[in-house]
Design a protein around this ligand. Structure first.
Ligand code: FES
Length: 133
């Protein structure tokens, strides 16, 4: 993972490289999510897809919780966490306990009712940066 970096309008940005294992875990259980298909407009049109990104392997998110704007903590690994025994990677907000998957989609029952925001972004050239996590 690269970030958070203060990169857009003074807001922290998370840039995450998602492995094949992380990508396959993304849509294992969409019933746990409040807005699995990103129907609310929290991303540019080019990121309104199952990965919420321009390319599946690189995720770019505003690093703020939509509830009251604390900074969620990345918990990238696919392993049980104290706040979720079935954790499949994502972000946990320490302020009031909102949980988000690795596409920034909020889990049902979280204080936040919205997915994390995807900022407008693009890559220089045709290829994405590689080798960072
Ligand atoms: S600010 Fe994140 S859960 Fe309240």
């Amino acid at each position: 993972m690269l970030g958070p970096i203060p990169a857009w309008r003074g807001r922290p940005i998370f840039v995450i490289k998602r492995s094949a294992d992380l990508l396959s875990a993304l849509n294992e259980d969409p019933d746990r999510l409040t807005d699995p298909d990103s129907q609310e407009l929290e991303q540019p049109s080019y990121a309104q897809n199952e990965y919420r990104s321009r390319t599946p392997d690189v995720m770019v998110l505003v690093g703020l919780c939509p509830h009251l704007f604390c900074s969620p903590t990345p918990h990238i690994e696919l392993k049980p966490e104290p706040f979720d025994s079935e954790w499949r990677g994502g972000f946990f907000c320490p302020c009031h306990g909102s949980r988000f998957d690795l596409a920034g989609r909020v889990y049902s029952g979280s204080p936040s009712s919205r997915n994390m925001e995807v900022p407008p972004y693009s890559f220089e050239g045709d290829s994405c940066p590689r080798g960072w996590y």
